[in-house]
Ligand binder design. Structure first.
Ligand code: PLP
Length: 389
């Protein structure tokens, strides 16, 4: 029998959709002009970038002039955090508030600020992988330059109370950034209604290609530049625009804002089938993170007595792509900082499996996965020196 190919690692990256691929193609070999030039193919390219800006702004309730295209969400996060901090410093503020389970793009930008004299408060998430708006409220002082809290966690998929945190920051006059890389397309986002000052998005998590992202910046904020250069992005982010990929990102955002409820419900039903089956079929397993406040396509299991890496290798041999921890840190032997943050012991934090679905996944694929996981876990446990179940 031919080995199937089942991709359930959509939190790591997604397949470029037909609609994004078709939208970007004319800007590679046909309308390849530099948007800053003055002849026709350049005008076409410039118009395409502005069209993408409109689509992107409409998808998140922003104004087109509040959208700045970047090379990835890591750049967007660094820009918002380092330059948001700089704005605060100009007003004598040197404190940043974040959580202890952010993506490394945020955590390491904060570490950089710490080494430059900032105080960073890492709010602890609870055992369900959540923080409360009250924790943020109590942490804010007159020294707080910026609050940065992720919209949804990339490993355990928990969705944080961003509109409520935004309201507190607005009331206290503190700048508020959220990394919405995992949430966008899965949760309704309206930056103005939700009091969000800055928000980061990555193309490759929503079926656009890798290497394009954006930062939304509320028009009232005069955020200093991270990249100084030419006049692109109204002088706020130098560098010749990645036209084709920007077009794809605009398309992806337009696509994912459509039918969000219906699509997410379908994904959730498939995800719940996996959760129920694994909890029934496999002993000594737990689901990490709140099931109530969670992205519809995410589940993160910890299996006692087995290593995450070995689960992934064996699943791969069955044609299933999943992940253990985030894609950026797999390959490192450190236990997941997210699982440690929700209170798991080191040995359990090493043995996790993240499955992340998208709308393309089918019931047939789910059935194969739920048939395979128990086989994989019991085979690994038979070989495990630490399993005594
Ligand atoms: N933030 C979160 C929550 C992510 O999941 C990721 C990617 O895994 C990033 C930021 C970084 O995105 P990019 O790959 O576009 O730099």
């Amino acid at each position: 029998m031919e080995k199937p190919f089942i991709y359930m690692d959509n939190a790591a990256t997604t397949k470029t959709s037909d609609s994004c691929f078709n939208a970007m193609l004319p800007y590679i070999q046909q309308n390849y002009g530099n948007p800053s030039s003055i002849y026709s193919i350049a005008h076409v390219a410039k118009a395409a970038v502005e069209g993408a800006r409109k689509k992107a702004s409409a998808a998140i309730g922003a104004l087109p002039e509040e959208i700045f295209f970047t090379s990835c969400a890591t750049e967007s996060d660094n820009w918002a955090i380092k330059c948001g901090a700089k704005l605060g410093l100009d007003q004598g503020k040197n404190q940043i508030i974040t959580t202890n389970f952010e993506h490394h793009a945020v955590l390491n930008a904060c570490k950089n600020l710490e080494s430059n004299g900032f105080e960073v408060i890492y709010l602890p998430v609870d055992k369900d992988g959540l923080i409360s708006p009250k924790q943020v409220e109590e942490a804010i002082t007159e020294k707080t330059a910026l609050v940065t809290v992720m919209y949804a966690n990339n490993e355990i998929g928990t969705v944080l109370p961003i509109p409520e945190i935004g309201a507190i920051c607005r009331q206290k006059g503190v700048l508020f950034h959220t990394d919405a890389v995992q949430a966008i397309g899965h949760v309704e986002i309206d930056v103005h209604k939700q009091n969000i000052d800055m928000l980061s998005i990555s193309g490759h998590k929503i079926h656009a290609p890798k290497g394009v992202g954006l930062l939304y910046v509320n028009k009232k904020i005069n955020l200093p530049n991270l990249l100084d250069g030419g006049a692109q992005e109204r002088g706020r982010r130098g560098g010749t625009e990645n036209v084709a990929y920007i077009v794809a990102l605009g398309q992806a955002l337009e696509d994912c804002a459509k039918n969000i409820e219906v699509r997410e419900k379908k994904i959730e039903i498939l995800r719940n089938k996996i959760v129920e089956s694994v909890l029934n079929e496999v002993p000594k397993v737990r689901v990490n993170g709140s099931m109530k406040h969670r992205l519809s396509g995410n589940v993160n299991f910890s299996f006692e007595g087995v290593e995450g890496e070995s689960i992934l290798l064996l699943l791969d041999s069955f044609g299933i792509c999943a992940s253990s921890g985030s894609a950026c840190t797999s390959g490192s032997l450190d236990p997941s900082h997210v699982l440690l943050a929700i209170g798991l012991p080191h040995e359990t934090a090493h043995g996790s499996l993240r499955i992340s679905l998208c709308a393309e996944n089918t019931e047939k694929e789910v059935d194969y996965v739920i048939e395979t996981i128990p086989k994989v876990i019991s085979r690994l446990r038979e070989m495990s020196p630490v399993w005594n179940g």
